[in-house]
Design a protein around this ligand. Structure first.
Ligand SMILES: NC(=O)C1=CN([C@@H]2O[C@H](COP(=O)(O)OP(=O)(O)OC[C@H]3O[C@@H](n4cnc5c(N)ncnc54)[C@H](OP(=O)(O)O)[C@@H]3O)[C@@H](O)[C@H]2O)C=CC1
Ligand SMILES: N[C@@H](CC(=O)OP(=O)(O)O)C(=O)O
Length: 361
């Protein structure tokens, strides 16, 4: 295997053999740009089409997008013509579609693509809790992809719709999955979320500099519900939510990228700090091209993880944890992940790799 030209893509010995033609819906947006960055020189995925709103359709990509990520627009993407976001506007032979549309738009458009036969790996929040829609993190609940059969039976689709979770949820859930062996009863989490989570126009500088905003609309409910679905079990026909109680308090702070979260977990057992650290460090990963070698990196230094120092661990695809301490009822710790890579585009790409690996694409 040669040198990896894109430091954000981790090259690992993977089993996916062929070239897969992919498209991105909402490719000009903040998450869409991350998709383009992550797909540049991807070992399997070949970006064939990009879509956006009608205002951008017909323009060259580099004219339509206000490019803001920290690597240049790949030349081949800069020249692409942006397409309308509609199933009749993209090539028939796309194998896989990534979606980063506003959720209100995605709620209408994604089912149209799935009905037209496309497999859609979506980052948008609509339908994440639908009973027949897999919400997956490959390392945690790859078996939930079996819901695609249920979805196809119920909806009559040839394609499929699968989702990755909310960025704050995906930061915490791998650590909860590692704690589950100790009997996860109840979780309280407080987040310190980066401004990029709200998109480029989401929070003005006057609102956030020298400040913290103690509410992010809808975020707490997403963390509380999505976590239980991700940790739930699938019996081949239906999914049961995990019975742990999850309570979240979500806050915006003036960091650019990387959500930091303080978790208090009540456990049935009474593990010591070392047992918890080991369960997190040894939580198994997956053998997919964009997967980190170690899913959860645990720091002994209580000053870590920090957003600026630790958000880019393993190309932004790993989760960091630290400050583990025992409490009266269980354990407390901090965790961190890159919200637009592991929390958004990278999560969808990893789900796409899983779909290919497991033969759904
Ligand atoms: N920012 C983040 O960190 C995260 C975002 N998300 C989710 O990802 C999704 C995208 O977020 P983000 O990239 O920040 O959003 P942006 O507003 O930056 O981008 C939205 C994209 O959708 C396109 N679009 C907007 N309206 C329409 C429409 N009516 N029809 C077709 N295309 C349209 C835009 O095209 P155009 O440029 O032409 O307007 C653009 O490509 C959202 O659902 C968000 O909640 C999830 C996790 C993290
Ligand atoms: N709400 C998240 C980002 C986001 O868009 O989440 P979701 O994918 O659930 O819409 C944040 O503000 O950091």
């Amino acid at each position: 295997m040669g040198a990896n030209p894109n430091p954000l893509i981790l090259v690992s010995p993977y089993r996916i053999p062929m070239s897969v033609r992919v498209g991105i819906l909402g490719a000009t947006g903040a998450v869409g740009q991350r998709f383009i960055q992550l797909l540049d020189d991807h070992p399997t995925f070949d970006l064939a089409t990009v879509t956006a709103s009608d205002d951008s359709a017909g323009k060259r990509y580099d004219e339509a997008a206000k490019w803001r990520v920290d690597t240049p627009i790949p030349d081949d993407v800069a020249d692409m013509e942006v397409q309308r976001t509609a199933a009749d506007a993209v090539p028939d032979d796309l194998d896989l579609i990534f979606s980063s549309l506003p959720s209100g738009v995605a709620a209408d458009v994604e089912p149209e693509f799935a009905e037209a036969g496309y497999v859609v790996s979506s980052n948008s929040s609509n339908d994440r809790m639908a009973e027949d829609v897999p919400l997956t993190i490959p390392e945690i609940n790859a078996d939930h992809l079996g819901l695609i059969e249920v979805q196809r039976d119920e909806r009559g689709w040839d394609g499929a719709l699968i989702k990755n979770p909310n960025c704050s949820t995906i930061t915490m859930v791998p650590t909860l999955a590692a704690l589950d062996e100790f009997g996860l009863d109840r979780v309280h989490v407080t987040t310190l979320q980066a401004v990029s989570g709200a998109g480029y126009d989401g929070v003005t500088s006057m609102e956030i500099i020298d400040n913290a905003i103690p509410h992010i609309g809808g975020e707490e409910e997403k963390m509380e519900s999505e976590s239980r679905k991700l940790l739930g079990s699938f019996d081949g026909a239906a999914l049961s939510l995990h019975d742990a109680e999850v309570n979240a308090s979500c806050n915006r702070i003036p960091t650019l990228d990387g959500h930091l979260e303080s978790v208090f977990a009540d456990l049935a057992d009474d593990p010591d700090v070392e047992a918890v650290a080991e369960a997190m460090r040894e939580y198994p990963g997956v053998d997919l091209p964009s997967a980190p070698e170690q899913l959860i990196h645990v720091f002994d230094d209580p000053m870590r993880p920090q957003p600026r120092l630790d958000r880019n661990l393993e190309g932004g695809m790993a989760v960091a944890a630290g400050g583990i301490q025992e409490t009266a009822n269980g354990i407390k710790y901090n965790c961190l992940a890159h919200n637009t890579i592991r929390g958004a585009a990278g999560a969808s790409v990893l789900n796409g790799e899983l779909l290919v690996e497991e033969g759904w694409v």
